[in-house]
Design a protein around this ligand. Structure first.
Ligand SMILES: NC(=O)c1ccc[n+]([C@@H]2O[C@H](COP(=O)([O-])OP(=O)(O)OC[C@H]3O[C@@H](n4cnc5c(N)ncnc54)[C@H](OP(=O)(O)O)[C@@H]3O)[C@@H](O)[C@H]2O)c1
Length: 321
C-alpha cells in the first residue's frame, strides 16, 4: 500500500493530502470507531475531528486500540480538532481544546482550528438558541480567539493552528495583528459545485494550506433539499470516471488534489474509503480539469441558513470570498 502524499505546512509540519472526515455517521451505519480502525488499516493517517461532531471519544478509543496493537504510532498520525463557536472567549479557548484532548485521549493534536469565525453564547449548550429562534450569536472578535489559540501552541496542546470557514478579509485581519504562530490552514468547503477559486488563490498567496471539506458534495447532509444539485451525478464527471475506470468520487477528489489542496472525504464504507485514497495512479488533463471547473455553481452546502447565524457580524459568507 503506497503512502498518501503529504504537503508541508508553512511551519514545517507535514499533513497528508487525504484525510478521513468524521462528521456524522448515521445510526445504523458502521460506527465511526470501526470506520477509523478500517481507515488506519487502509493507510489513512489524517483524521478530521471536531468537538461539535460529538464523537471524539469514540474516535480516540479506536485510535488508541490501533496504537496499543502496534498497527500505527501516534507520531505517524495527523489529528485535527476544532474549537467550537461557544468557546471563543480567551478563558474558554483552552477549555475547548482540553475537552477535545480529553475525549480523544491525547496530549496534543497536530492541528487545531477555529471552526467558524462567529461566536455563540457560552455555557448554554453547543447550539444555543436566541429568543427569536435564531442562533444566539454574541460579540467576541476572532482576533481575541486567535491570540488565545497561540497560547495553546506554547502550552504544547497543539502543534499547528489555523482557521476554518474564514473569508479573505477575516484572514487578513488576523495576519495584520502580527502573528506569533502562522495561520497554517484554512479549512473551507470546496467541491466542483463550489470551486471557491478566489479564496483558494488568496490562501495560497499567503502560504496558507487549504483543506477542502465536503469535497464530494456532502450528499447525506440532513438539510439537503430534493431539488439541490447532485454532484456525483454530473454527466461530465461520470464520463471521465468511465474513461479512467474510476468512480465519480475519485474523479472529483483527484480534481481537488490537482488544484493543490488537501481533501477530507468522509466515508464509513471500507470500499469507498479505499477508493478515496486511490487517487494517485491517474491524472486529469487540462481539458478535463476545465470541464470540471465549468460545473461550478457557487452552491454551498454549509450556510447556517436553517439554524440561522447569518445575522452575526462575523458571518463569513456575505463577502464574495
Ligand atoms: N470545517 C467545517 O466547517 C466542516 C464542515 C463540514 C464538514 N467538515 C469535514 O469534512 C468532512 C467531509 O465532508 P462531508 O462529510 O460533509 O461530506 P463529503 O465527504 O463530501 O461526503 C460524504 C458522503 O459521501 C459518501 N461517499 C464517500 N465516499 C464516496 C465515494 N467514493 N463515492 C460516492 N459516495 C461517497 C459518504 O457515504 P459513506 O460514508 O456511506 O461512504 C457520505 O454520504 C466531514 O466529515 C468533516 O470532517 C468540516
Amino acid at each position: 500500500m503506497a503512502a498518501i502524499p503529504e504537503q508541508t505546512l508553512i511551519n514545517g509540519y507535514k499533513i497528508p493530502c487525504v484525510g478521513l472526515g468524521t462528521w456524522m455517521s448515521k445510526p445504523g451505519q458502521t460506527s465511526i470507531g470501526e470506520a477509523v480502525k478500517t481507515a488506519i488499516k487502509l493507510g489513512y493517517r489524517h483524521f478530521d475531528c471536531a468537538l461539535i461532531y460529538e464523537n471524539e471519544q469514540e474516535i480516540g478509543k479506536a485510535i488508541k486500540e490501533c496504537i496499543d496493537n502496534g498497527v500505527v504510532k501516534r507520531e505517524d498520525l495527523f489529528i485535527t480538532s476544532k474549537l467550537w463557536n461557544t468557546y471563543h472567549s480567551k478563558a474558554r479557548v483552552p477549555e475547548g481544546c482540553k475537552e477535545s484532548l480529553a475525549s480523544l485521549g491525547m496530549d496534543y493534536v497536530d492541528l487545531y482550528l477555529i471552526h467558524w469565525p462567529f461566536p455563540m453564547r457560552e455555557n448554554a449548550g453547543l447550539l444555543p438558541v436566541a429568543p427569536d429562534g435564531k442562533a444566539d450569536v454574541i460579540d467576541i472578535d476572532y482576533t481575541e480567539t486567535w491570540t488565545a489559540m497561540q497560547d495553546l501552541v506554547d502550552q504544547g496542546l497543539c502543534r499547528s493552528i489555523g482557521v476554518s470557514n474564514f473569508n479573505s478579509k477575516q484572514i487578513q485581519k488576523i495576519m495584520d495583528l502580527g502573528l506569533k504562530y502562522p495561520i497554517t490552514c484554512n479549512e473551507i468547503e470546496i467541491s466542483p459545485h463550489n470551486s471557491n477559486e478566489k479564496l483558494l488563490q488568496f490562501c495560497k498567496s499567503k502560504g496558507i494550506a487549504v483543506i477542502a471539506y465536503s469535497p464530494l458534495g456532502s450528499a447525506e447532509r440532513p438539510w439537503a433539499k430534493p431539488d439541490d444539485p447532485v454532484l456525483l451525478e454530473e454527466p461530465d464527471i461520470l464520463k471521465m470516471a468511465a474513461r479512467y475506470n474510476k468512480s465519480a468520487g475519485q474523479v472529483v477528489l483527484r480534481w481537488g488534489i490537482q488544484r493543490g489542496y488537501i481533501v477530507i472525504p468522509k466515508s464509513v464504507s471500507e470500499s469507498r474509503q479505499k477508493q478515496n485514497i486511490e487517487l494517485f495512479d491517474f491524472a486529469l488533463d487540462e481539458d478535463e480539469m476545465n470541464a470540471i471547473n465549468r460545473v461550478n455553481r457557487n452552491f454551498r452546502v454549509c450556510t447556517w441558513a436553517d439554524f440561522d447565524a447569518t445575522h452575526s457580524p462575523y458571518y463569513p459568507f456575505h463577502e464574495e470570498f
